[in-house]
Design a protein around this ligand. Structure first.
Ligand code: GLP
Length: 259
């Protein structure tokens, strides 16, 4: 794992956007995994300022609420259109969000995983982290082998996400999310987090035991994971001085190898 600690939320966005930029420059038909929530927004904002050709890029979103109307401002299909597709000028037909309105949600989930496979797999998956350690909507207890599927949101996630709705009662109870097994198949993971609110979850994900009680701890099993966090989100990492020290690479070590 590579842990990058930067000054603030804007720098988290700049750094993660730089990693995405490098991926797209190296592979113009890159397959990107997009995340929702507030943490990735500075990443998309920073990408907007870059002169990248998005023509051949395709993307897959992590998750979607079940039975949220498609035009609801907080449906992830709306969020991805607004924050990613329109902002960057991607071809909407090349960006797929799990279908939370499908008559048969299990079939929709299976087709989503198949579509990722047919696209050749995800080159870089951007991730946020929930305060309870969820990634995508993989709540505590999710199997590390799980595939895209329908699952229930925890009360704490519904409470956390109620800030995007008029009340907690309007937050859907179910979701369709890429599984941890699906996410771990991406060639590169980039997890972003900022603020004091995320410090506990980040510490558990990065330095805690690998356990389904903290789904984000699955990133410890990935061979190419980068965690980009601000000082506040890094506050509870016991090894943070070492991460800072080890981030200073020798000048000639442009090998692309990760720690
Ligand atoms: C939602 C999303 C997650 C996201 C999490 C954290 O539940 N499904 O993908 O990581 O929220 O959101 P935020 O970045 O707004 O704290």
């Amino acid at each position: 794992m590579e842990i990058v600690i930067v000054k603030d939320r804007a720098m988290v966005g700049q750094h993660a956007a730089g990693l995405i930029e490098r991926t797209v420059l190296g592979k113009p038909a890159a397959v990107l995994g997009f995340a929702t929530g507030s943490s990735p927004l500075p990443v998309y904002e920073a990408l907007e300022g870059k002169d990248l050709d998005w023509t051949d890029v395709s993307g897959f979103a992590l998750d979607e609420y079940v039975d949220i109307p498609v035009h609801h401002a907080q449906s992830y299909v709306s969020v991805i259109r607004r924050e990613v597709v329109d902002r960057l000028g991607l071809d909407e037909r090349r960006v797929r969000v799990p279908d939370g309105r499908a008559r048969d949600l299990d079939v929709a989930a299976r087709l989503f995983d198949e579509a990722i496979r047919e696209a050749g797999g995800v080159d870089l998956q951007l991730l946020g982290i929930g305060t309870n350690g969820h990634v995508g909507f993989n709540e505590p207890g999710s199997s590390f082998a799980s595939r895209t599927r329908v699952t229930a949101l925890t009360a704490s996630t519904r409470e956390a996400n109620s800030r995007f709705f008029d009340s907690v009662h309007q937050v859907p109870m179910h979701c369709i999310t890429q599984g941890l097994g699906t996410i771990l198949e991406a060639r590169r993971l980039v997890l972003v987090a900022d603020g004091t609110r995320k410090a506990d979850a980040v510490a558990r994900a990065v330095e805690g035991p690998v356990t389904s009680k903290c789904p984000a701890s699955a990133i410890q099993l990935h061979p190419c994971a980068t965690i980009v966090i601000d000082e506040l989100a890094a506050a509870k990492l016991t090894l943070r001085d070492y991460y800072r020290y080890s981030a200073r690479r020798p000048a000639r070590a442009e090998t692309g190898a990760l720690l």
